[in-house]
Design a protein around this ligand. Sequence first.
Ligand SMILES: [Zn+2]
Length: 282
Amino acid sequence: MEFTYSEELEIQKKKAGRKQRVRKRMMIMTATGLAVGLVLGVCLGSMGKKQLKAEVAFLTDSVIEKEKQVLSVRKEMHEMQNRQAIDAGEKELPWNLVLVNPWNEMELGYEPPELVEIEPDMFVDSRIAEPLKQMLAAADAEGLDPFICSAYRSIERQEDLFNQGMKLRLNSGLGYFDAFEKTASVIAVPGTSEHALGLAVDIISVSNTNLDESQEETKEFKWFEEHCYDYGFILRYPNGTTDITGIIYEPWHYRYVGVDIAQEIKALGVTFEEYIQNHYLK
Ligand SMILES: [Zn+2]
């Protein structure tokens, strides 16, 4: 294929490698720290069990401190990249093509200019309300039963979701770093979810309300996968593109980009990241 997701992908791959190395180093540090603590405790028999316990607790605390430092360095790296991406975006990307993903956070404080309620408690950016309604009406006319299970989500709501996920994993005994990684793999880090743009909707089948890969078996998914492009939407996270999008396969998440670009993306068979990379960020 003539489109290669070259530089950006390479950077992300390097970052992934770096992350793994940092992780490995931290594991070694943890193991060494605990081993040293134990040996010290055993050698200095007079320390007693209580003191040994305190020693191990201290070492664990210092490992948590290190994890926090690693995270803050990562955050700084992301912020730097985001500033670059946002600079590029401000110059060239129109509202319907704003790129938000794990490596490109939304502009700080961004709010859709106007929200419209399309179903009870479901809001979207007013600019996509009409095409969305038309798409749903067309699906209804085919005798299908689609169901919007998520639309606009404020950054605050995303923060709540993320914090709930973190709590759950910390309580289950994971360290801070692991809890963060695990949570981020299923709930977008606040500021990196397209739902906060008001340009994305999750559409599932009334016959199957599980938010998982089984959606692809429903006739609703089969129809939306084929026709969403006619209404300006794209299936944002297709199967087998996690390396590029940073998000798992989601046979329910549709993002508005406009009819012309949606058609182009469909014809090229590329992800949104690849399209933006090749058309706007070169
Ligand atoms: Zn979604």
